[in-house]
Each structure stands twice: as structure tokens, then as C-alpha cells.
Write a protein that binds this ligand. Structure first.
Ligand SMILES: [Cu+2]
Length: 152
């Protein structure tokens, strides 16, 4: 067994690399993960003054082909605003409710509308009821451009 000959530093480096790879590629095989969102990845934005913006295409801390935060928790009645990068739009990153190949996956009545307009960069969605509402970029979902709005 080779592990016995590895020193602590290389073991830690391996763990860090694996963790980074898992989070950046949105591995759905992780236990408890749904649409690339494991329980521990959800950021709580339920507080009254919290930002409920999800950047995509380079905006608000997102990568060019990703969402940030990808997995967000809000309270019923709150809104989320999807906002795109400077040269981005829903034409480049068509937004759709659900998971890849299943628009109705997740809780019923996902309020995220399919939005593919190339002239639209920002979209605000109200979530009136509790539930688990997945969303994808139709163009890049296979590459991990997916996420979940969890409403409490
Ligand atoms: Cu995309």
C-alpha cells in the first residue's frame, strides 16, 4: 500500500485537490447532492438584509460557465435575482427550471421561468412557497452549470 509512504503534506494536498475538484465540477454523485448542491453547500440568505443575487456568466463572483452562489437558501416570499456578466445574457445561458432533461424535477410549481432572451441579462423571481427548486443553464448544465434555490 503506497499510502503508508506518503507524508502528511502530500496527503493533505490530495484531499484539498479532490475537494476543489468536487465543488468546481458539481459532482452529483456526492451523497445527498441534488443538481450539484449538497446540503453543506447551501448559503443561507434568509436574513432580511441578505443578498439574494445569483450571478452567472462572470457576474457577482460566478465563473463564465457557472452560478454564484450556486446553492442558496431563502425564505418563502423572498425573491432571487439572476444577474449576468457584462457580455452575458439568457441567450448565452438559457435558464430553465428543473434538472437536465427533467424540467419538472424538484418541488411542484417551480417559479423559475424558462428564460432564453438574448436581450435580457437580469431576472427577478419570487418564491411564494417552501420547496426545493432546481435550475439549470440549458447550454452548460452538462458541464455543471446547475443549482438549487431552497425555500424554507
Ligand atoms: Cu451557461
Amino acid at each position: 500500500m503506497r499510502v503508508r509512504f506518503m507524508d502528511i503534506r502530500s496527503t493533505l494536498a490530495t484531499v484539498v485537490v479532490l475537494a476543489a475538484a468536487t465543488s468546481s465540477c458539481g459532482d452529483d454523485t456526492e451523497p445527498g447532492s441534488f443538481n450539484a448542491c449538497a446540503t453543506a453547500q447551501f448559503v443561507d440568505r434568509t436574513a432580511a438584509g441578505a443578498s439574494r443575487t445569483i450571478g452567472y456568466g462572470g457576474a457577482a463572483g460566478s465563473t463564465l460557465f457557472g452560478y454564484s452562489p450556486q446553492c442558496i437558501t431563502i425564505a418563502a416570499g423572498q425573491t432571487v435575482t439572476f444577474t449576468g456578466g457584462a457580455s452575458s445574457s439568457f441567450g448565452l445561458h438559457p435558464l430553465s427550471p428543473g434538472v437536465l432533461d427533467s424540467p419538472r424535477a424538484g418541488s411542484a410549481n417551480n417559479p423559475i421561468p424558462r428564460t432564453t432572451d438574448g436581450n435580457t441579462r437580469d431576472l427577478t423571481v419570487t418564491f411564494p412557497t417552501a420547496g426545493t427548486f432546481p435550475y439549470i443553464c440549458e447550454a452548460h448544465a452538462a458541464g455543471g452549470m446547475t443549482g438549487v434555490v431552497q425555500v424554507r
